[in-house]
Design a protein around this ligand. Structure first.
Ligand SMILES: [Zn+2]
Length: 142
């Protein structure tokens, strides 16, 4: 009896991990299939991003990440993972804001995106993630 319960638990954990991994793998394929930034945006010289993660209400900041992307190597599909440890099916796609910024030769772009993934609450109920990302892109051109 004890063993059966443990096995059931184990299978559930494996299933959950697989779903998340499958989603990330699919994203990875899409990203890898996109052209390199310098090919898609020949005028783009450098790109820096500041990502600030907030709760659903946009009040409490839960973390931030700064990164400098190498336009010679980075893919033009600009995805960032949701920091929510159990979040599945969401994340942040900045490909469109990036393409728009480059098209308009903008140097600084700010905006908000909400994670559309789901995660499990402490009581195991599935709830929308809704993590709010406030982003700033800094771009320079040739
Ligand atoms: Zn999320």
């Amino acid at each position: 009896m004890e063993l059966r319960v443990n096995q059931k638990k184990l299978i559930m954990q494996v299933t959950k991990r697989t779903r998340r991994q499958e989603y990330r793998l699919k994203q990875r394929e899409l990203i890898d299939a996109s052209p390199i930034m310098v090919k898609k945006f020949p005028r783009l010289k450098s790109l820096k991003s500041l990502l600030e993660y907030y709760d659903a209400a946009g009040i409490t900041k839960n973390g931030e990440m700064k990164c400098k992307l190498n336009v010679e190597f980075a893919r033009s599909a600009l995805w960032f993972a949701c920091p929510g440890g159990e979040c599945v099916g969401g994340d942040f796609d900045l490909s469109q804001p990036l393409a728009k910024a480059v098209a308009g030769c903008q140097k600084i772009v700010t905006g908000e995106l909400r994670c559309m993934g789901t995660r499990k609450r402490a009581d195991r109920e599935q709830v929308p993630c809704q993590t709010l990302l406030r982003y700033t892109l800094n771009l320079t051109y040739d």
